[in-house]
Ligand binder design. Structure first.
Ligand code: PNS
Length: 176
């Protein structure tokens, strides 16, 4: 039995992530999709919310598990004795440098933690969570970027986050 880990921030999960999840679920017996933290990023959704969005978006894929971990991927890999490999998607050569560094850091921290890269399908190469968030904040059409089942949650959260940002900016202006 071969098990892969697909790690990411998933803030929120996009059709690009789902492309990699679906294709790796065909290559491996089981895929563990794990929500991790990049401490240098500001997230719009909590870990539990990101897990819930992932669960809704992947309901039809039988051989996956959704998990989360507040620590290093290399340590999570060690904790889960059943995993064989880390799977990452590459959208363009611009992703490569950063992903290459991460793959080597993970392997340096845990020599068992090999990474395999899967090229994004041509129709998803331009999709990113940050682009989805911008479109959602301005009330744009999300249908090509995230599954319909999570549109509303994403739209509600991002429009209220944007309204709050504008409110704070207005207050700052008043105080200056
Ligand atoms: O979707 P992202 O934001 O590109 O995912 C990056 C993520 C969360 C997978 C990465 O930051 C991560 O593995 N975070 C956990 C801490 C860690 O192990 N960092 C890698 C050492 S460089």
């Amino acid at each position: 039995m071969k098990t892969a880990i697909y790690p990411g921030s998933f803030d929120p999960v996009t059709n690009g992530h789902l492309d990699i999840i679906r294709r790796s679920a065909k290559m491996f017996d089981k895929v563990i999709v794990v929500v991790l933290i990049n401490p240098l990023k500001n997230y719009s959704f909590s870990i539990m919310e990101r897990r819930e969005l992932l669960m809704k978006a992947t309901k039809d894929i039988p051989n996956i598990e959704i998990d989360s971990y507040d620590g290093l991927l290399a340590d999570y890999f060690n904790l889960r004795e059943d995993v064989d490999v880390i799977v990452k998607g590459l959208r363009a050569t611009s992703d490569f440098e950063y992903e290459f560094q991460m793959a080597h850091t993970n392997m340096h921290l845990n020599p068992r933690a090999e990474t395999v890269f899967i090229p994004a399908s041509i129709g998803t190469t331009f999709i990113s969570s940050s682009m989805v968030k911008q479109v959602a904040m301005f009330g744009g059409d999300l249908s090509a970027y995230v599954p319909a089942v999570i549109h509303e949650t994403i739209r509600e959260r991002l429009t209220s986050e944007f309204a709050e940002k504008k409110r704070i900016a207005e207050l700052r202006k008043e105080h200056d």
